[in-house]
Design a protein around this ligand. Structure first.
Ligand SMILES: Nc1nc2c(c(CN[C@H]3C=C[C@H](O)[C@@H]3O)cn2[C@@H]2O[C@H](COP(=O)(O)O)[C@@H](O)[C@H]2O)c(=O)[nH]1
Length: 348
Protein backbone atom coordinates (compact mmCIF):
# COMPACT_ATOMS: atom_id res chain seq x y z
CA UNK A 1 0.00 0.00 0.00
CA UNK A 2 1.34 3.44 -0.97
CA UNK A 3 3.01 5.45 1.80
CA UNK A 4 2.97 2.47 4.18
CA UNK A 5 6.18 0.79 5.39
CA UNK A 6 6.21 -2.90 4.42
CA UNK A 7 6.35 -5.36 7.36
CA UNK A 8 10.14 -5.88 7.34
CA UNK A 9 10.88 -2.13 7.20
CA UNK A 10 8.07 -1.49 9.69
CA UNK A 11 9.54 -4.03 12.12
CA UNK A 12 13.00 -2.48 11.90
CA UNK A 13 11.62 1.09 12.30
CA UNK A 14 9.44 0.16 15.29
CA UNK A 15 12.33 -1.72 16.92
CA UNK A 16 14.68 1.26 16.49
CA UNK A 17 12.13 3.61 18.06
CA UNK A 18 10.50 1.38 20.65
CA UNK A 19 10.41 2.52 24.31
CA UNK A 20 8.81 -0.43 26.14
CA UNK A 21 9.89 -3.45 24.09
CA UNK A 22 13.48 -4.41 23.27
CA UNK A 23 15.34 -7.27 21.61
CA UNK A 24 17.89 -9.35 23.57
CA UNK A 25 20.53 -10.83 21.27
CA UNK A 26 21.27 -13.74 23.62
CA UNK A 27 17.62 -14.80 23.37
CA UNK A 28 17.64 -14.35 19.59
CA UNK A 29 20.65 -16.66 19.34
CA UNK A 30 19.03 -19.16 21.72
CA UNK A 31 15.91 -19.45 19.55
CA UNK A 32 17.98 -19.51 16.36
CA UNK A 33 20.01 -22.44 17.76
CA UNK A 34 16.86 -24.32 18.76
CA UNK A 35 15.46 -23.99 15.23
CA UNK A 36 18.85 -24.67 13.58
CA UNK A 37 19.13 -27.96 15.50
CA UNK A 38 15.52 -28.82 14.62
CA UNK A 39 16.13 -28.04 10.93
CA UNK A 40 18.91 -30.65 10.84
CA UNK A 41 16.46 -33.42 11.80
CA UNK A 42 14.77 -33.04 8.42
CA UNK A 43 11.37 -32.69 10.14
CA UNK A 44 11.53 -28.92 9.99
CA UNK A 45 9.93 -27.96 6.71
CA UNK A 46 6.71 -26.71 5.19
CA UNK A 47 5.19 -30.23 5.47
CA UNK A 48 4.59 -29.37 9.17
CA UNK A 49 1.51 -27.47 7.96
CA UNK A 50 -0.31 -30.64 6.93
CA UNK A 51 0.51 -32.35 10.23
CA UNK A 52 -2.30 -30.37 11.81
CA UNK A 53 -5.34 -32.67 11.54
CA UNK A 54 -7.79 -29.77 11.04
CA UNK A 55 -5.90 -28.30 8.09
CA UNK A 56 -6.97 -29.43 4.60
CA UNK A 57 -5.13 -32.54 3.42
CA UNK A 58 -5.46 -31.79 -0.30
CA UNK A 59 -3.66 -29.16 -2.40
CA UNK A 60 -6.54 -28.23 -4.72
CA UNK A 61 -8.77 -25.17 -5.21
CA UNK A 62 -11.12 -26.31 -2.41
CA UNK A 63 -8.16 -26.37 -0.01
CA UNK A 64 -7.07 -22.87 -1.10
CA UNK A 65 -10.63 -21.57 -0.61
CA UNK A 66 -10.66 -23.17 2.85
CA UNK A 67 -7.40 -21.40 3.65
CA UNK A 68 -8.87 -18.11 2.45
CA UNK A 69 -11.92 -18.32 4.75
CA UNK A 70 -9.73 -19.34 7.70
CA UNK A 71 -7.57 -16.24 7.04
CA UNK A 72 -10.62 -13.93 6.78
CA UNK A 73 -11.71 -15.10 10.26
CA UNK A 74 -8.30 -15.64 11.86
CA UNK A 75 -8.45 -13.07 14.68
CA UNK A 76 -9.18 -12.40 18.33
CA UNK A 77 -9.93 -15.79 19.91
CA UNK A 78 -8.81 -14.80 23.40
CA UNK A 79 -11.32 -14.48 26.25
CA UNK A 80 -11.23 -12.44 29.46
CA UNK A 81 -10.31 -15.53 31.49
CA UNK A 82 -8.14 -18.22 29.86
CA UNK A 83 -10.10 -20.72 31.95
CA UNK A 84 -13.43 -20.15 30.14
CA UNK A 85 -12.69 -19.95 26.43
CA UNK A 86 -14.82 -20.41 23.33
CA UNK A 87 -14.50 -24.09 22.38
CA UNK A 88 -15.68 -26.37 19.59
CA UNK A 89 -15.97 -30.14 19.86
CA UNK A 90 -15.12 -31.87 16.60
CA UNK A 91 -14.63 -35.62 16.14
CA UNK A 92 -14.60 -36.11 19.91
CA UNK A 93 -11.87 -33.52 20.49
CA UNK A 94 -12.31 -30.08 22.10
CA UNK A 95 -10.55 -27.26 20.24
CA UNK A 96 -9.91 -23.73 21.52
CA UNK A 97 -8.25 -20.61 20.12
CA UNK A 98 -7.40 -20.64 16.44
CA UNK A 99 -8.19 -24.35 16.15
CA UNK A 100 -11.74 -23.74 17.37
CA UNK A 101 -12.28 -21.73 14.18
CA UNK A 102 -11.01 -24.59 12.02
CA UNK A 103 -13.08 -27.11 13.95
CA UNK A 104 -16.24 -25.01 13.46
CA UNK A 105 -15.51 -24.69 9.74
CA UNK A 106 -14.98 -28.45 9.32
CA UNK A 107 -18.08 -29.22 11.44
CA UNK A 108 -20.10 -26.95 9.10
CA UNK A 109 -18.74 -28.66 5.99
CA UNK A 110 -19.66 -32.05 7.49
CA UNK A 111 -23.20 -30.66 7.91
CA UNK A 112 -23.18 -29.68 4.19
CA UNK A 113 -23.07 -25.97 5.07
CA UNK A 114 -20.82 -24.45 2.38
CA UNK A 115 -18.78 -22.16 4.65
CA UNK A 116 -15.87 -22.14 2.17
CA UNK A 117 -18.00 -21.34 -0.90
CA UNK A 118 -18.15 -17.60 -1.69
CA UNK A 119 -21.70 -17.74 -3.07
CA UNK A 120 -22.77 -19.03 0.38
CA UNK A 121 -20.77 -16.87 2.78
CA UNK A 122 -21.09 -13.64 0.76
CA UNK A 123 -24.74 -13.59 1.92
CA UNK A 124 -24.38 -15.42 5.24
CA UNK A 125 -26.94 -14.40 7.87
CA UNK A 126 -26.35 -13.90 11.58
CA UNK A 127 -28.52 -16.95 12.31
CA UNK A 128 -26.26 -19.06 10.08
CA UNK A 129 -23.17 -17.57 11.78
CA UNK A 130 -24.59 -18.39 15.23
CA UNK A 131 -25.26 -21.98 14.16
CA UNK A 132 -21.93 -22.57 12.40
CA UNK A 133 -19.82 -20.98 15.16
CA UNK A 134 -21.91 -22.27 18.07
CA UNK A 135 -19.85 -22.98 21.17
CA UNK A 136 -19.41 -26.24 23.07
CA UNK A 137 -18.44 -24.25 26.17
CA UNK A 138 -20.22 -21.44 28.04
CA UNK A 139 -18.24 -18.81 26.11
CA UNK A 140 -19.43 -17.58 22.72
CA UNK A 141 -17.16 -16.99 19.70
CA UNK A 142 -15.89 -13.40 20.17
CA UNK A 143 -16.69 -10.69 17.58
CA UNK A 144 -19.32 -12.70 15.65
CA UNK A 145 -20.74 -9.54 14.01
CA UNK A 146 -17.30 -8.47 12.79
CA UNK A 147 -16.70 -11.96 11.46
CA UNK A 148 -19.98 -11.92 9.55
CA UNK A 149 -19.07 -8.53 8.03
CA UNK A 150 -15.60 -9.78 7.06
CA UNK A 151 -17.08 -12.86 5.37
CA UNK A 152 -19.76 -10.91 3.49
CA UNK A 153 -17.19 -8.34 2.30
CA UNK A 154 -14.58 -10.93 1.23
CA UNK A 155 -17.16 -13.21 -0.39
CA UNK A 156 -18.66 -10.28 -2.27
CA UNK A 157 -15.30 -9.32 -3.77
CA UNK A 158 -14.56 -12.92 -4.78
CA UNK A 159 -17.97 -13.18 -6.48
CA UNK A 160 -17.62 -9.81 -8.25
CA UNK A 161 -13.98 -9.97 -9.36
CA UNK A 162 -12.70 -13.56 -9.14
CA UNK A 163 -15.57 -15.89 -10.16
CA UNK A 164 -16.02 -16.89 -6.53
CA UNK A 165 -12.62 -18.53 -6.01
CA UNK A 166 -9.51 -17.29 -4.19
CA UNK A 167 -7.51 -19.60 -6.48
CA UNK A 168 -8.13 -17.00 -9.20
CA UNK A 169 -6.52 -14.31 -7.04
CA UNK A 170 -3.51 -16.61 -6.56
CA UNK A 171 -3.28 -17.27 -10.31
CA UNK A 172 -3.33 -13.52 -10.98
CA UNK A 173 -0.32 -13.06 -8.68
CA UNK A 174 1.86 -14.90 -11.19
CA UNK A 175 3.77 -16.95 -8.54
CA UNK A 176 4.84 -13.84 -6.61
CA UNK A 177 4.07 -13.71 -2.87
CA UNK A 178 4.46 -9.93 -2.89
CA UNK A 179 2.04 -9.57 -5.82
CA UNK A 180 -0.48 -11.78 -4.02
CA UNK A 181 0.00 -9.72 -0.84
CA UNK A 182 -0.65 -6.54 -2.84
CA UNK A 183 -3.81 -7.99 -4.45
CA UNK A 184 -5.14 -9.06 -1.03
CA UNK A 185 -4.55 -5.59 0.44
CA UNK A 186 -6.02 -3.82 -2.60
CA UNK A 187 -9.18 -5.91 -2.96
CA UNK A 188 -9.98 -7.11 0.59
CA UNK A 189 -10.18 -4.15 3.03
CA UNK A 190 -10.48 -6.22 6.22
CA UNK A 191 -6.86 -7.35 5.71
CA UNK A 192 -5.43 -3.79 5.80
CA UNK A 193 -3.60 -4.15 9.10
CA UNK A 194 -1.90 -0.71 9.22
CA UNK A 195 -1.04 1.50 12.23
CA UNK A 196 0.47 4.94 12.88
CA UNK A 197 3.80 4.88 14.72
CA UNK A 198 6.46 7.59 15.13
CA UNK A 199 4.88 9.69 12.40
CA UNK A 200 4.88 6.86 9.86
CA UNK A 201 2.26 4.42 8.60
CA UNK A 202 3.40 0.88 9.34
CA UNK A 203 1.98 -2.23 7.60
CA UNK A 204 2.07 -5.39 9.75
CA UNK A 205 -0.42 -7.23 7.50
CA UNK A 206 -0.70 -10.27 9.79
CA UNK A 207 -3.76 -11.95 8.18
CA UNK A 208 -2.72 -11.03 4.64
CA UNK A 209 0.72 -12.55 5.12
CA UNK A 210 -0.56 -15.66 6.92
CA UNK A 211 -2.95 -16.16 3.99
CA UNK A 212 0.01 -16.21 1.58
CA UNK A 213 1.99 -18.40 3.97
CA UNK A 214 -0.86 -20.89 4.38
CA UNK A 215 -1.44 -21.17 0.61
CA UNK A 216 2.30 -21.93 0.32
CA UNK A 217 2.15 -24.42 3.23
CA UNK A 218 -1.08 -26.08 2.13
CA UNK A 219 0.26 -26.69 -1.39
CA UNK A 220 3.79 -27.40 -0.14
CA UNK A 221 5.27 -24.76 -2.40
CA UNK A 222 3.90 -26.42 -5.57
CA UNK A 223 1.15 -25.56 -8.05
CA UNK A 224 -1.02 -22.81 -6.54
CA UNK A 225 1.48 -22.62 -3.67
CA UNK A 226 4.56 -21.96 -5.76
CA UNK A 227 6.01 -18.50 -5.01
CA UNK A 228 9.42 -17.40 -6.26
CA UNK A 229 9.71 -14.80 -3.47
CA UNK A 230 8.08 -16.61 -0.50
CA UNK A 231 11.12 -15.80 1.66
CA UNK A 232 10.13 -12.11 1.63
CA UNK A 233 7.08 -12.87 3.81
CA UNK A 234 7.72 -12.03 7.48
CA UNK A 235 6.41 -13.63 10.67
CA UNK A 236 2.73 -13.02 11.48
CA UNK A 237 2.31 -10.39 14.20
CA UNK A 238 -0.30 -11.96 16.49
CA UNK A 239 -0.59 -12.12 20.31
CA UNK A 240 1.09 -15.50 20.83
CA UNK A 241 4.54 -15.17 19.19
CA UNK A 242 5.47 -12.24 21.51
CA UNK A 243 4.66 -14.50 24.50
CA UNK A 244 7.08 -17.14 23.20
CA UNK A 245 9.78 -14.60 22.39
CA UNK A 246 9.62 -13.14 25.91
CA UNK A 247 9.66 -16.67 27.39
CA UNK A 248 12.89 -17.52 25.52
CA UNK A 249 14.45 -14.14 26.35
CA UNK A 250 14.55 -12.81 22.79
CA UNK A 251 12.15 -9.99 23.68
CA UNK A 252 12.12 -7.87 26.83
CA UNK A 253 9.21 -5.79 28.14
CA UNK A 254 9.67 -2.73 30.37
CA UNK A 255 8.36 -3.07 33.90
CA UNK A 256 5.56 -0.67 33.06
CA UNK A 257 4.45 -2.78 30.09
CA UNK A 258 4.73 -6.05 32.01
CA UNK A 259 2.55 -4.57 34.79
CA UNK A 260 -0.01 -3.37 32.24
CA UNK A 261 -0.23 -6.81 30.62
CA UNK A 262 -0.33 -8.67 33.93
CA UNK A 263 -3.41 -6.61 34.86
CA UNK A 264 -5.02 -7.98 31.65
CA UNK A 265 -5.58 -4.39 30.53
CA UNK A 266 -7.11 -4.32 27.04
CA UNK A 267 -5.01 -2.30 24.57
CA UNK A 268 -6.68 -0.34 21.78
CA UNK A 269 -5.83 -1.36 18.23
CA UNK A 270 -3.05 1.02 17.17
CA UNK A 271 -1.92 1.88 20.75
CA UNK A 272 1.83 2.60 20.90
CA UNK A 273 2.37 -0.36 23.29
CA UNK A 274 0.45 -2.72 21.02
CA UNK A 275 2.36 -1.62 17.91
CA UNK A 276 5.69 -1.94 19.76
CA UNK A 277 4.91 -5.49 20.90
CA UNK A 278 3.87 -6.56 17.38
CA UNK A 279 6.56 -4.66 15.46
CA UNK A 280 9.52 -5.58 17.68
CA UNK A 281 8.37 -9.25 17.67
CA UNK A 282 8.34 -9.15 13.90
CA UNK A 283 11.85 -7.70 13.80
CA UNK A 284 13.14 -10.26 16.35
CA UNK A 285 11.92 -13.05 14.05
CA UNK A 286 13.73 -11.45 11.11
CA UNK A 287 16.94 -11.49 13.17
CA UNK A 288 16.32 -15.12 14.21
CA UNK A 289 15.80 -16.05 10.58
CA UNK A 290 19.02 -14.24 9.55
CA UNK A 291 20.99 -16.00 12.31
CA UNK A 292 19.74 -19.43 11.19
CA UNK A 293 20.60 -18.66 7.55
CA UNK A 294 24.14 -17.69 8.63
CA UNK A 295 24.54 -20.99 10.51
CA UNK A 296 23.23 -22.99 7.56
CA UNK A 297 25.48 -21.27 5.03
CA UNK A 298 28.49 -21.66 7.36
CA UNK A 299 27.68 -25.37 7.46
CA UNK A 300 27.30 -25.41 3.68
CA UNK A 301 30.75 -23.93 3.09
CA UNK A 302 32.20 -26.33 5.69
CA UNK A 303 30.71 -29.30 3.87
CA UNK A 304 31.84 -27.88 0.49
CA UNK A 305 28.30 -27.14 -0.60
CA UNK A 306 26.87 -30.65 -0.09
CA UNK A 307 24.00 -28.94 1.81
CA UNK A 308 20.99 -28.76 -0.51
CA UNK A 309 20.72 -25.03 -1.37
CA UNK A 310 16.91 -25.36 -1.43
CA UNK A 311 17.01 -26.41 2.24
CA UNK A 312 18.95 -23.27 3.18
CA UNK A 313 16.29 -21.14 1.51
CA UNK A 314 13.56 -23.06 3.29
CA UNK A 315 14.24 -21.83 6.82
CA UNK A 316 12.29 -18.62 6.28
CA UNK A 317 10.33 -16.36 8.61
CA UNK A 318 7.15 -18.39 8.01
CA UNK A 319 8.73 -21.56 9.39
CA UNK A 320 10.32 -19.63 12.28
CA UNK A 321 6.83 -18.32 13.05
CA UNK A 322 5.07 -21.70 12.86
CA UNK A 323 7.78 -23.29 15.02
CA UNK A 324 7.27 -20.67 17.74
CA UNK A 325 3.49 -20.65 17.41
CA UNK A 326 3.21 -24.42 17.65
CA UNK A 327 5.73 -24.46 20.54
CA UNK A 328 3.71 -21.84 22.45
CA UNK A 329 0.73 -24.18 22.26
CA UNK A 330 2.74 -27.21 23.31
CA UNK A 331 4.24 -25.23 26.21
CA UNK A 332 1.10 -23.28 27.11
CA UNK A 333 1.47 -24.16 30.81
CA UNK A 334 5.18 -23.30 31.00
CA UNK A 335 4.54 -20.00 29.21
CA UNK A 336 1.31 -19.09 31.02
CA UNK A 337 3.17 -16.76 33.44
CA UNK A 338 4.14 -14.57 30.47
CA UNK A 339 1.09 -12.36 29.78
CA UNK A 340 -0.10 -11.94 26.17
CA UNK A 341 -1.46 -8.56 25.08
CA UNK A 342 -5.21 -8.29 24.76
CA UNK A 343 -6.58 -6.22 21.90
CA UNK A 344 -10.08 -6.61 20.44
CA UNK A 345 -9.61 -6.15 16.74
CA UNK A 346 -10.02 -7.88 13.39
CA UNK A 347 -6.34 -7.88 12.42
CA UNK A 348 -4.95 -10.79 14.45
N1 LIG B 1 1.93 -15.89 14.30
C1 LIG B 1 0.96 -16.79 14.08
N2 LIG B 1 -0.27 -16.54 14.57
C2 LIG B 1 -1.21 -17.48 14.33
C3 LIG B 1 -0.98 -18.66 13.61
C4 LIG B 1 -2.20 -19.37 13.58
C5 LIG B 1 -2.52 -20.69 12.96
N3 LIG B 1 -1.46 -21.24 12.18
C6 LIG B 1 -1.35 -22.68 12.21
C7 LIG B 1 -1.89 -23.29 11.02
C8 LIG B 1 -0.95 -23.82 10.24
C9 LIG B 1 0.37 -23.50 10.76
O1 LIG B 1 1.21 -24.62 10.73
C10 LIG B 1 0.11 -23.08 12.17
O2 LIG B 1 0.28 -24.17 13.02
C11 LIG B 1 -3.13 -18.61 14.28
N4 LIG B 1 -2.50 -17.49 14.71
C12 LIG B 1 -2.98 -16.46 15.62
O3 LIG B 1 -2.74 -16.96 16.94
C13 LIG B 1 -3.70 -16.40 17.85
C14 LIG B 1 -4.44 -17.53 18.53
O4 LIG B 1 -3.49 -18.38 19.14
P1 LIG B 1 -4.01 -19.60 20.10
O5 LIG B 1 -4.67 -18.93 21.32
O6 LIG B 1 -2.75 -20.39 20.44
O7 LIG B 1 -5.01 -20.40 19.28
C15 LIG B 1 -4.61 -15.52 17.00
O8 LIG B 1 -4.07 -14.21 16.97
C16 LIG B 1 -4.44 -16.12 15.60
O9 LIG B 1 -4.73 -15.17 14.59
C17 LIG B 1 0.34 -18.89 13.11
O10 LIG B 1 0.67 -19.91 12.46
N5 LIG B 1 1.27 -17.91 13.38
Amino acid sequence: MDGVLNPRDAGRFISENSKDVSIEDAGVQKVANMIYEKSKTGEFNMKMWRNHELNPQTMDEDAVNWVFVSAVLNFSFWSEKESDRYAVKYKDKIHTGYWSLCAAMNRALDEALKITTASFYSTITMDQMKHIFRSDSDTKMPMLEERQMALVEAGGVLMKKYEGSFANVVKQSDKSAQSLLRLILEDFPSFRDVAEFGGKRVGLYKRAQILVGDVWGCCEGQGLGEFTDINTITMFADYRIPQALVYFGALKYSENLMDTLKKCQVLKSGDRLEVEIRGVSLWACELIRDSIAAKLSAETSKENGHQDKAEVAQVNAILVDHYLWDLRREMADEMSHIPFHRCRGIYY
